[in-house]
Write a protein that binds this ligand. Structure first.
Ligand code: SF4
Length: 441
């Protein structure tokens, strides 16, 4: 039995794709191993959103190529594979095949072809019609939490982003398929599903089969209600696109307790001028109307975002607008990135005119705003009782368990590992750095 080692870079879509790749390989007779040294096949599921992630691929292939070990088959999957195609064979010697983002269902066929002696194979083709997207229980990233893709690709073409080129146009999965999958996961013991996609709230299936019974302002809010009606314990969803974020999503969260009280709504900049250059399709006013609706919920919805610092043309005033926006929204936390140009995007043609030093200065200034707000958002949980899904034993202390609250905060507490997979009430006693600590009540 050939052994396959799979390494994943990037976002949860990639983690989710890797689960499917491993499931396909496993059902075709390969063994998935965590031991790279003894693997016959090494696969890299790649990310091209940032330059660093792409370089990591070349470094890793070089490490294997220069090691003493017998050369394994090396395959590149994901966004870098889709964008670079056959050029990868000359860019990084030692790669045997590249497989695009939609071709993952054909992974076993390609690996077998390499073992039969075929060289430099590239498949960047479309998804097969009957692609089995269920993940085998042995290949899930967690025994209690599952990713369920609901929409693939992106039509938004933000000027800095490579995703529409690497993942193609938006394609929504049929609602009845999604609901059946959530039901299957629930029946198999999964406690929490994450509905995932580049823009989940742009969900537009061809038919409303599966959601007919549910009223809602948008297909996504109807889908949320239909998924909630399966009775699965917890539902989270990421990522939301501000322009398509309808207030009815908040109404759905208010109606169904199993829709978790966490919204990730990337704003990217607090300046209308920069948002226009980024081609985000929303303004600060329209964004803030959505934030106000989220904040008005009695569910105390946790709010997180993504921000890019130093986009081409960003002046000190534009940056100060981002600081003001952050202070107004009081995000629970944010992923803050320094802008780096990606070849193939419209922004790559713009002058990257904010110096690296100035990007760092702005980054640190925004971090100074972020840290106390993160602290406040954790401190306000102290004394409260939060529902926590017990996901794993803590990495640092063996008697400690770790999980997430419904508002997606990490909570550590003492307990027996028999509690793994259960949802428990934890009284929060302390907060340290990014984590809450408490005791079971
Ligand atoms: S919405 Fe914009 S940032 Fe998000 S994936 Fe699409 S193009 Fe990229």
């Amino acid at each position: 039995m050939k052994k396959v080692y799979l390494e994943t870079f990037g976002c949860q879509m990639n983690v989710s794709d890797s689960e499917r790749v491993a499931s396909v390989l496993e059902s075709d007779g390969f063994e998935i191993t965590q031991n790279e040294a003894t693997a016959d096949v090494i696969l890299f599921n790649t990310c091209s959103v940032r330059e660093r992630a792409e370089h990591k691929l070349y470094t890793r292939v070089g490490q294997i190529r220069n090691s003493e070990r017998e050369k394994p088959v090396i395959g590149v999957l994901g966004c870098v594979a889709q964008l670079e195609g056959e050029t990868l064979f000359s860019k990084s010697k030692g790669i045997d095949f590249v497989l695009g983002t939609k071709a993952v269902g054909r992974i076993s066929k390609i690996v077998n072809k390499v073992f039969e002696g075929e060289e430099n194979i590239s498949d960047l083709g479309e998804r097969e019609e009957f692609y089995n997207w269920s993940v085998s229980p042995t290949q899930q990233h967690s025994p209690f939490v599952s990713f369920v893709p609901i929409i693939e690709g992106c039509n938004k073409f933000c000027t800095y982003c490579i995703v529409p080129f690497s993942r193609g146009r938006e394609k929504s999965l049929p609602a009845d398929l999604i609901i059946a999958e959530v039901q299957r996961l629930k029946d198999s013991g999964i406690r929490e599903v994450h509905l995932i996609g580049q823009n989940v709230n742009s969900y537009r299936p061809k038919s409303d089969q599966g959601m007919e019974k549910f009223n809602g302002a948008t297909p996504f809010s109807r889908l949320l209600r239909a998924v909630a009606a399966t009775g699965i314990d917890r539902i989270k969803f990421t990522t939301s696109f501000p322009r398509d974020f309808h207030e009815d999503i908040v109404d759905a969260i208010n109606e169904f307790e199993n829709l978790c009280n966490w919204v990730h709504l990337p704003v990217q900049s607090g300046s209308n001028r920069i948002l226009k250059l980024m081609r985000r399709g929303h303004t600060i006013d329209s964004y803030l109307r959505k934030i106000d609706k989220i904040k008005s919920s009695a569910r105390d919805i946790s709010l997180t975002t993504d921000i890019i610092i130093g986009f081409p043309g960003e002046t000190v005033e534009d940056f100060e607008d981002t600081v003001k926006l952050y202070e107004y929204c009081k995000y629970d936390t944010a992923y803050i990135f320094k802008y780096s140009p990606r070849p193939g995007t419209p922004a790559f043609e713009m002058s990257d005119d904010v110096s690296p030093g100035e990007k760092t200065r702005r980054f640190l200034e925004l971090e100074k705003v972020q840290k106390p707000l993160l602290r406040d958002s954790l401190n306000k949980c102290v004394g409260k009782i939060l529902e926590v899904l017990v996901e794993k034993e803590s990495v640092k202390i063996s008697s400690e368990l770790s999980g997430h609250s419904t508002c997606h905060k990490v909570v550590n507490f003492s307990g027996d590992k028999e509690l793994l997979g259960k949802i428990v009430n934890v009284k929060i006693t302390e907060s340290k750095s990014n984590t809450l600590f408490g005791e079971i009540v």
